[in-house]
Design a protein around this ligand. Structure first.
Ligand code: TXD
Length: 321
């Protein structure tokens, strides 16, 4: 029923029309990247959001379709499926506390979506991110090139923001990469962070860099504590939109991406964030950096905690079926 696409406008399905999902729909439509299908279990809500976004088109000067639905049949033939369905954190919760509720939601969403869009590339956003990406990979049976998670682009943007604020420079001039799992064990690579090519180690002392790294690790929780009613969504939606853009426009951007590792960095059968080139085939290649011993150790510790949570999630899923 689904034929590979070419002559159609690109279509991106977003499962979960909550705060990240609806903001992402706006970004994708207003950047003129694709038509968007917003799907949620709540009846009427995605339809209302879609109508609202459609009514902004004349003002924002674009002509992309935004459809809201509760039915997977309306998502068929999507080039990209983004999964944001699930619960966000409340104050005091870790991302791992979301495991139980979100595992079932993500597996179900992934299975339903792949059935309607067998050629799609999947981007998982739901927390705990690395575990959910692994479960979605398993549930869809997709090759690893076509299923990935968003976290590193956001974590890197947070690190870049804090560096830019500290130095009083334009955020876009700061480049940094954060690897590892999306959580307290993320691995910000300070020695690779630069301001227009100048390493931040030339510009900031060790204690300051460590303070910025800590703030990055805590970046999600800092916002949850302030908002009290959910987590960040503007920067997460922006971060997801650049991954969507790099795939749809075949930009080959090198972005930190949660991917299923097959021996890279000495890790296998686990999902974790590493630099990946994203183009029209999804993940075009996984870049293996020459990490220092302490960076490798941090990455392995991070992977170990993801592994433990994958096992927990699998037990939970087995119990419910
Ligand atoms: O860096 C990252 N990966 C993240 C992840 C950055 C920000 C947010 N991150 C996580 O994304 C967050 O911890 C959550 O697990 C998800 C979604 O966050 P959001 O803030 O958008 O949560 P909302 O506003 O509660 O939206 C979730 C929606 C809501 O509308 C539910 O009705 C819907 O998901 N939902 C479902 N949709 C479809 N199908 C099912 N089964 C379903 N269950 C809930």
């Amino acid at each position: 029923s689904d034929s590979p696409i070419l002559c159609r406008l690109p279509r991106v399905t977003i499962v979960g029309a909550g705060r990240v999902g609806s903001t992402l729909a706006q970004r994708i439509a207003e950047k003129n990247l694709a038509d968007v299908v917003l799907l949620d279990i709540v009846e009427g809500m995605p339809q209302g959001l879609a109508l609202d976004l459609m009514e902004a088109r004349g003002i924002e000067l674009h002509n992309r379709q935004i459809v809201g639905t509760n039915n997977y049949a309306d998502t068929s033939g999507s080039q990209i499926v983004v999964i944001t369905a699930g619960l966000p954190r409340k104050p005091g919760m870790s991302r791992d506390d979301l495991l139980k509720t979100n595992a079932k939601i993500v597996v179900e969403a992934a299975k339903n979506a792949i059935a309607c869009s067998p050629h799609a590339i999947f981007i998982v956003v739901t927390n705990p991110l690395d575990v959910m990406t692994y479960l979605a990979w398993q549930a869809t049976g997709l090759p690893r090139e076509r299923i990935m998670g968003m976290a590193g682009v956001l974590d890197s943007a947070r690190f870049e923001t804090f560096i830019a604020l500290e130095l009083g420079v334009l955020p876009a001039d700061v480049k940094a990469m954060v690897l590892g799992s999306h959580g307290d064990l993320m691995v910000p690579l300070s020695r690779y962070a630069t301001v227009n090519g100048i390493p931040i180690t030339e510009l900031l002392d060790v204690a300051t860099i460590e303070r910025l790294v800590q703030r990055t690790r805590n970046g999600g929780a800092e916002i949850v504590e302030l908002m009290q009613t959910g987590g960040a969504f503007f920067a997460p939606a922006s971060a997801t939109s650049v991954m969507v853009e790099s795939i749809l426009l075949n930009q080959s951007r090198l972005l930190p991406t949660a991917t299923y590792l097959q021996g890279e960095y000495g890790l296998e059968d686990v999902v974790i964030g590493v630099p990946c080139r994203l183009g029209c085939g999804g993940i075009e290649n996984v870049l293996e950096l020459n990490l220092s011993d302490s960076e490798t150790e941090a990455l392995h510790t991070s992977a170990q905690s993801v592994r433990q949570n994958i096992m927990k999630a699998q037990e939970i899923l087995a119990m419910k079926s």
